[in-house]
Write a protein that binds this ligand. Structure first.
Ligand code: NAD
Length: 290
């Protein structure tokens, strides 16, 4: 398949490499990075999409996705597919679908979970909004870049489930870290805390699989000096997207809102930027109740 790939960063580069390894003809464009081996270089987004049957975007934020969509969709073949794998929120998915419709292009929102490791190992999970027919048409691409794809419903539903999932992960990270810092102050041994919580009602993906305590639980970014992984900066973005969506549909989301504030304070006013989101523990370790 002839594929245009725009946004060849931490996630996009290994995904593009996996597509090339599966025999696809991939032309990439990025405003900063150079293309990995096997991916042809285009000097603009418009050049990358020439003659492509599918255009995949893996961009930082909704504003980037909308800007790129507005530039490249008019240059795409009629009937081709715009496949946005970025985490860009529900409203963005709708705006992109409108641009696509106006130009006779198909569109899906297909954000991923699994992180950079999942992108490299082709074990991502795709959560997909759009028509079922377009979801079915992408099965081969999903299986080359990931291990699971879930059809979530019409346009925006892939983004919707992604931000709900990450709201759970963000809130659980904050509360797990604050509980560990409390346990420290109560004089508990951290391994004891893990042994009990990971097998009790407090168990979560954060505690059991991505433990923020270095040297405890399975290997995680905490064991590598909190190198990401998934940055605290990306978590703020996702928590804000969930809050935007909550406001849009009048959903009460007090814990998501508070987690967004705590992550924003950690990244924007403290030293959290660029660190894995589990480094939130370092923040709580340093603080008192005041
Ligand atoms: P990244 O910043 O490493 O990569 C994004 C790339 O897009 C960069 O190389 C940047 O130069 C490029 N770019 C930005 N604007 C552009 C434009 N107008 N034209 C062409 N290229 C442009 O980010 P990432 O970690 O690869 O994340 C990409 C998306 O995947 C984000 O939406 C993120 O939320 C999502 N995501 C990331 C992870 C993760 O663990 N990193 C996990 C799940 C989902």
């Amino acid at each position: 398949m002839k594929i245009g790939f725009i946004g060849v960063g931490n996630m996009g580069a290994p995904m593009a490499v996996n597509l090339v390894a599966a025999g696809h003809d991939v032309t990439g464009h990025d405003i900063v990075t150079t293309m990995p081996e096997g991916v042809k270089t285009a000097t603009s987004g418009v050049e990358a999409v020439q003659g492509a049957e599918v255009v995949i975007t893996m961009l930082p934020a909704a504003s980037d996705v909308e800007e790129v969509a507005a530039q490249v969709i008019p240059a795409m073949e009629k009937g081709a597919l715009f496949f946005d794998g970025s985490t860009a929120g529900v409203a963005c998915a709708h705006r992109v679908a409108e641009i696509a419709k106006a130009h006779g292009v198909r569109a899906i929102d297909a954000p991923v979970s699994g992180g950079i490791g999942g992108a490299q190992a082709a074990t991502l999970t795709f959560m997909v909004g759009g028509t079922k027919a377009d979801f079915d048409a992408c099965q081969d691409l999903f299986s080359v870049m990931g291990q699971k794809a879930v059809y979530c419903g019409e346009t925006g539903k892939g983004q919707a489930v992604k931000i709900c999932n990450n709201m759970i992960a963000g809130v659980s990270m904050v509360v797990t870290c604050e509980a560990i810092a409390l346990a420290d102050k109560l004089g508990l041994d951290r391994q004891t805390v893990f042994d009990v919580v990971s097998t009790s009602t407090g168990k979560t993906w954060v505690m059991n699989d991505y433990c923020p305590m270095p040297g405890i639980g399975p290997k995680a970014p905490s064991d590598n000096d909190y190198k990401p992984g998934f940055t605290a900066d990306l978590m703020i973005k996702d928590l804000r997207l969930s809050q935007d969506a909550a406001a849009e549909v009048d959903a009460d989301s007090p814990m998501g809102a508070r987690a967004a504030e705590v992550f924003a304070q950690y990244v924007e006013e403290e030293d959290g930027s660029g660190r894995d989101f589990s480094s939130m523990l370092l923040r709580f370790e340093k603080r008192g109740s005041g």
